[in-house]
Each structure stands twice: as C-alpha cells, then as structure tokens.
Design a protein around this ligand. Structure first.
Ligand SMILES: NC(=O)c1ccc[n+]([C@@H]2O[C@H](COP(=O)([O-])OP(=O)(O)OC[C@H]3O[C@@H](n4cnc5c(N)ncnc54)[C@H](OP(=O)(O)O)[C@@H]3O)[C@@H](O)[C@H]2O)c1
Length: 261
C-alpha cells in the first residue's frame, strides 16, 4: 500500500504552505478542506510539478461524521496514512454570551473533535507498522485564557494538552506527536475571526504563513513535542508563566477588545 500524508485545512494559509513543502518532499497527499476549487487546483498543479499522488477531499469537518468519512475513503482507496496533520481550525472574536450555539459547536467540532477522531482512526494502522507522525496545529492561545475569544483559546489549550499527553503514550510505538503553537500569522484566519484591524496582525508582528509552515514541518521531522513558532512568540509564551493569572487575563482582554475596534 502506498504511504500518504493527510492534511486538513490544506486549501489556505499555513495548511496550504505546508502542503507545498510536503509535495516538494515527494510525499503522496490527501488534502482536506471545503473549498473544492482551491483544493482541486492545488492538487492539479502539485501533481504536475512533483509527480506525486494527490487526493483532494472536499469535506466539512464541522459535521460529526466527517472524520469517519475520511477514514472510510482511505480504506476504500487503500491509502496508507503514515502522517496525519491536523491543521484545520478557526476562531471568532466577541462575547461568548452573544455567539450562536451552532458556531460554537462547529468550532469545537473542527478544532477539537475532528482532530481527536482522525487521530483515533489512523492510530491502529500506525501502531501495526511501529511508525507514524502526527502534527497538530495549536496556538500561542493554548497557553492562557482569552476573554472575547474564550472558546477559541480553550479549544487550542485542549489541542496542546491532548497532543502532549498522547506524545508520551505513543512514543514507545514509534509514533511521534508534535504540537506547533503559532502566534499571529498572516492568513485568512484574521479575516474569518473578525480580527482584521488587530495590532497583532500588523506586519512586523505577525509571521508569514510560509515561515510558520516551515517551522512546523521541521519540528515534526526533528521529533519536537511542542514548538512555539518564532522567538517573539516563544518569549511571550514563556514570560506568561511568571505573571499572576489575573494580569494575564486582563492583558488578553485588552488585546482582544482592540480587535473589535
Ligand atoms: N493565523 C493565525 O494567526 C493563527 C495563529 C495561531 C494558530 N492558528 C491555527 O492555524 C491553523 C490554520 O489556520 P490559518 O491561519 O492557516 O487560517 P486559514 O487561512 O483560515 O486556514 C484555515 C484552514 O482550515 C480549513 N477549515 C476551516 N473550517 C473548516 C471546516 N469546517 N471543514 C474543513 N476545513 C475547514 C480551511 O479550509 P476551507 O476554507 O477550504 O474549508 C482552511 O484551509 C488553524 O488551526 C488556526 O487555529 C492560526
């Protein structure tokens, strides 16, 4: 059976840039996202340049049965997934009191549940061959609560905690888990999260999707368990440990409030 890397959220931003890097390495790919046109065009171009096998899968990860559908597709087509990259995710700015319950549900489904279920589905075949790679995209939001983006920050705290936990359990089976924590990165994320005016997203602070993608793939290859993207983000995440939690909460509240202006 041919070996494949499966990447969610391959149609834009960090996922798109990671897809290009993986294609350069001649890895066969399964690309997951909702944007059919974008995924098919990307697959078409990368197949021609790199002569690899690519399966674009147009699937909405906010639907509960999507991870199972993806797994069933790989079984039906006999695609051996040895590397799983859980990158798809989104957030929004605003009061939790006012968010729509469907949006909250969808965010939890995409950012957490689909990541857990895809991991669950693909682990047994990795265990069988004593090898596997899992890369989960968390965030610097994983390290502290985020008033006015509370649910998003909480989903990313989940991703980091879950990844670190299973990394210990899976290492004896030759399965390596990496969680990457990007800070502000120039992608569609800010636009979708209603954060476009944010100071954090200005050039000079925000990183490019290309550099975050490179850091992520390198971290996976170097078997890092947790990788914070960029030295500024590392310093921020590290310094938060020494501040009282009330100071941290109030600072993030101000930053997330600014985003709404
Ligand atoms: N940009 C930042 O500042 C930043 C910072 C820290 C962490 N992150 C994390 O980085 C990851 C990638 O985000 P990005 O910044 O590259 O943003 P992006 O450009 O908006 O990309 C998000 C990707 O997720 C996919 N996605 C979203 N909802 C989906 C759904 N319901 N079903 C299937 N796919 C879905 C999108 O694909 P479709 O549109 O085709 O569905 C897209 O490919 C996310 O997990 C995000 O939380 C981003």
């Amino acid at each position: 059976m041919k070996e494949f890397t499966l990447i969610t959220g391959a149609s834009s931003g960090i996922g798109l840039e990671m897809t290009k890097l993986l294609a350069k390495e001649k890895r066969n790919l399964i690309l997951v996202g909702r944007n059919k046109e974008q995924l098919e065009e990307l697959a078409f171009i990368l197949r021609r340049i790199h002569l690899i096998e690519i399966h674009p899968l147009v699937i909405d990860l906010s639907k509960i049965d999507s991870p199972k559908k993806i797994y069933d597709y790989t079984i039906e087509k006999k695609l051996n997934v040895v590397c799983l990259i859980n990158n798809a995710g989104f957030g929004y700015t605003g009061e939790f009191l006012n968010s729509k319950i469907e949006e909250d549900f969808n965010m939890m489904q995409v950012n957490m549940n689909s990541l857990v279920l895809l991991t669950k589905f693909f682990l047994p075949s990795m265990k069988k061959v004593n090898f596997g790679e899992i890369l989960n995209i968390a965030s610097t939001a994983s390290f502290q609560p985020g008033p006015y983006m509370s649910l998003y920050y909480a989903t990313k705290a989940f991703v980091l905690s879950f990844s670190e936990g299973i990394s210990v359990e899976l290492k004896p089976h030759g399965i390596y888990v990496t969680a990457v924590c990007p800070g502000p990165t120039i992608t569609e994320f800010a636009n979708r999260a209603n954060m476009d005016g944010s100071l954090l997203m200005k050039k000079g602070i925000a990183m490019s999707a290309e550099s975050v993608a490179k850091i992520s793939i390198d971290a996976l290859k170097n078997r890092k368990v947790v990788k914070i993207a960029g030295i500024k983000n590392w310093i921020l995440a590290f310094s938060i440990r020494f501040l009282p939690r009330i100071v941290v909460r109030e600072t993030i509240k101000k930053l997330n409030h600014l985003r709404k202006i």
